[in-house]
Design a protein around this ligand. Structure first.
Ligand code: HEC
Length: 281
């Protein structure tokens, strides 16, 4: 595990890290700063949004208009605050190499999308705290997905002037935490040494890891696919490829979306999954 050490802040904001740091009070900040200078490997940070909200630090400052909103599929307005503004409060980010960082969004339902920090900072990104057009008594307009209500609260990341079709931008809702971590943090554990499975790895990283873990690394919305037993060990290969392309043809009320994976891509993914079945934890 990478150590999460940086935590001094410009304002009253502070982030929740490990328990010793959590106990840090103002008097010990000076000591902490000194300690940070001595430990140059500060390369990750966790922002607990619920904690910040509970301390009154996430008040909306403006109304943003999203035309059209890619989650609701219509024009929307939200009360929001600048995401860049929140990140700028963390002086430790300045000590890290921004070009080499990614933002990992942690959603309550286990969804865990990520994107390079550089891309986020170059856009007008906002943390939406509630929906201007929500019906009376509610913070958010109801969003139905496959007939079921999706939980948008507590936070939703939106962008002004970015198309929902641009897959480099993530629009997580039901968001509770933001992590900053090295861009290639998981390569050591998950990148195959066998070059013939690299294509499958890239597809998996971009399309599947938001919901699925391999060797305990990745999203939790769907099941872990490698540990202790790899899906390649209990699925027939042809079925596995077909499932990946069209999960609904296998399971009623399936939660995994049809992602538009092509047959060649399914082949590559399964090649990678088979390789990982021989490289378990
Ligand atoms: C939005 C989240 C999401 C994404 C993205 C996603 N999955 Fe899934 N996946 C799920 C969920 C949830 C399930 C559990 C299926 C169910 O019963 O509804 C699942 C099930 C599976 C299973 C069956 C596991 C088992 O033990 O039977 C496989 C295999 C699988 N996914 C592979 C993939 C691959 C490969 C990708 C990328 C191309 C992918 N998934 C992308 C959510 C996702």
């Amino acid at each position: 595990m990478k150590k999460i050490i940086a935590f001094t802040l410009l304002s009253t904001l502070y982030l929740s890290c490990d328990s010793s740091q959590k106990n840090a009070n103002k008097d010990s900040l000076q000591v902490a700063k000194l300690a940070i200078e001595e430990v140059p490997a500060s390369d990750s940070l966790t922002i607990d949004l619920l904690d910040l909200r509970d301390r009154g630090l996430l008040k909306a400052t403006q109304v943003v208009s999203i035309k059209p909103d890619p989650v609701y599929h219509k024009n929307k307005r939200f009360n929001a605050l600048s995401l860049k503004g929140i990140l700028e409060k963390y002086s430790s980010i300045n000590r890290m190499n921004a070009n080499d960082l990614k933002v990992v969004f942690e959603c309550e339902d286990g969804y865990k999308p990520e994107m390079p920090l550089e891309i986020l900072l170059s856009a007008n990104a906002f943390l939406a705290v509630n929906d201007v057009d929500a019906p009376k008594g509610r913070d958010w307009e109801i969003l139905l997905k496959n007939g079921q209500e999706s939980k948008i609260e507590p936070f939703y990341v939106v962008y002004e002037g970015v198309s929902g079709d641009d897959v480099s931008y993530k629009w997580p809702y039901n968001l509770v935490k933001i992590h900053l971590a090295p861009l290639h943090e998981n390569d050591k554990a998950l990148k195959p040494k066998d070059k013939s499975t690299l294509v499958g790895y890239e597809i998996f990283k971009n399309r599947c890891q938001t919901c699925h873990a391999i060797n305990k690394i990745g999203g939790k919305m769907g099941p872990e696919l490698n540990y202790p037993k790899s899906v390649t060990e209990y699925w027939k290969t042809d079925d596995l490829k077909a499932f990946i392309q069209n999960p609904a043809s296998y399971r009623n009320n399936v939660k995994m979306p049809t992602l538009g994976i092509k047959p060649e891509e399914a082949n590559e993914i399964v090649k990678y999954l088979s390789y990982m079945s021989e490289h378990k934890l």
